[in-house]
Design a protein around this ligand. Structure first.
Ligand SMILES: *Cc1c(COP(=O)(O)O)cnc(C)c1O
Length: 411
């Protein structure tokens, strides 16, 4: 680990206090031109005593704007203190969680996984247009049928095609022959450049795609491609539960990664994370954004600096070993439930390094699924699967109650 470590509450507080002091203080510095201020003092009383011990809430009250990307150039100087913490967060994730060389990545805290995925597709679409002279009709997204629907939004917004790749029903693995057939079909329809959205934990199954499989077939057919990892769900689990893997920046095929701190990390909403190798974000530079200091190369404009602080605090509160213990606890509970399902002969899919159990719907009485708030794969029509996501609040007692309810229906 290069940067990631455990910090006490006092150490976290000291670091954040220092950053907030480096940001603009509107009560001390005359500021006539910035369309920003701290939160409305009449509504959000900033002398409340509990703020003293709550660095995140103090950041919320100070309300720094993290517009732009802080790993590339200097941004709005008014919020430099907290922006440095965001920069530290991005570097920690890129290097210590995703195997990047020091200072080889850019990134920012996005509104969520949807934005981070769109940012990636936008970047590569422009790269193929600018560097290869590609037309919109020649660029397509390739992703498995288990991919999150944000890929469909990206294709629609950016006016490029999406080619879904079939997966095997039991293993949720991409079928190599289907992948090759899809590539051949795309080529015959005039596609020349491909953007791969490779899953690191699908939303419904927690299944993991193999980036080297995509790379092998695209190279076999001489198709230039860029590959993005969607780790919105699995990005804070898989690298910890299975460190020896090929879904990170040590794999030359991987160019960028989406993470969602508001899922497994239990951060406030608005904490998607976009990571990218250097020299790629420039493809979405909006040169007309002249009033913003630094480069505007992110999909969203103004965004809250408090979100970056929240993610930084969670990571540095646990440190790598604390996080490993937390993930192992979730995996232990998942295994407990899988053993119970095995004993009852109930069919399900589960990736051994992930905390999702996706059960064949026919094996679960609809009433039990409803009582325990299992999530179906479809809300209308035929339900094929129900999933259990073993989050922090899902304890063995709850799983035991669920197993008991299924048993009661079986007998
Ligand atoms: C949740 C999820 C997304 C979308 O993330 P939001 O934060 O809801 O925008 C994208 N991909 C995967 C795999 C997800 O699980």
């Amino acid at each position: 680990m290069q940067y990631w470590k455990k910090l006490s509450h006092e150490q976290q507080d000291a670091r954040i206090t220092e950053a907030l002091e480096e940001n603009i203080d509107y009560s001390k510095r005359v500021s006539l031109g910035v369309p920003a201020s701290k939160l409305d003092g009449q509504v959000f009383y900033d002398k409340a005593s509990f703020l003293k011990d709550a660095p995140l809430l103090r950041t919320v009250v100070q309300n720094p704007n993290h517009i732009g990307c802080h790993t590339i150039t200097e941004s709005e100087p008014f919020f430099r203190g907290t922006q440095k913490i965001e920069q530290e967060l991005i570097e920690t994730l890129a290097v210590d969680m995703f195997g990047a060389a020091v200072s080889s990545c850019d990134g920012y805290v996005a509104t969520g996984g949807t934005e981070a995925n769109i940012q990636a597709v936008w970047m590569y679409r422009n790269l193929f247009m600018q560097d290869y002279g590609a037309t919109l009709q020649e660029i397509a997204i390739l992703a498995s049928t288990d991919t999150h629907y944000s890929v469909v939004k990206a294709a629609n917004l950016l006016s490029i095609a999406y080619y879904p790749v079939a997966v095997e029903d039991d293993t949720r693995c991409i079928i190599p022959e289907a992948l090759e057939q899809t590539i051949i079909q795309a080529l015959t329809q005039g596609i020349k450049y491909v953007i791969v959205l490779n899953n690191m934990g699908t939303t419904m199954f927690g299944s993991i795609d193999n980036p080297d499989l995509y790379a092998a077939y695209l190279q076999k057919h001489n198709v230039p491609f860029k590959l993005h990892l969607d780790g919105a769900f699995g990005g804070f689990i898989y690298p910890t539960s299975h460190p020896e893997n090929n879904l990170n920046f040590s794999n030359p095929h991987v160019s960028s990664i989406t993470l969602d701190a508001h899922k497994m990390l239990q951060a406030p909403y608005g904490t998607g994370i976009f990571l990218s190798r250097k020299d790629l974000m420039k493809y979405v530079f909006t040169k007309e954004a002249s009033y913003v200091h630094g480069m505007d190369i992110t999909l969203c404009g103004s965004r809250s600096g408090a979100n970056a602080i929240a993610v930084w605090m969670i990571l540095y509160n646990y440190g790598p070993y604390g996080w490993l213990e937390k993930i192992n606890t979730l995996l232990y509970r998942t295994e407990w439930c899988c053993h119970a399902l095995d004993a009852m002969g109930i069919p399900y899919y589960r990736h051994p390094k992930m905390n999702i159990i996706t059960i064949r719907a026919h094996a679960i009485p609809a009433q039990v699924a409803a009582d325990f708030l299992l999530v179906p794969d479809a809300h209308e029509g035929n339900v094929n699967w129900y999933k259990i996501v073993v989050m922090d609040h899902v304890e063995i007692e709850h799983l035991q109650a669920f197993i008991g309810a299924v048993k009661a229906h079986q007998s």
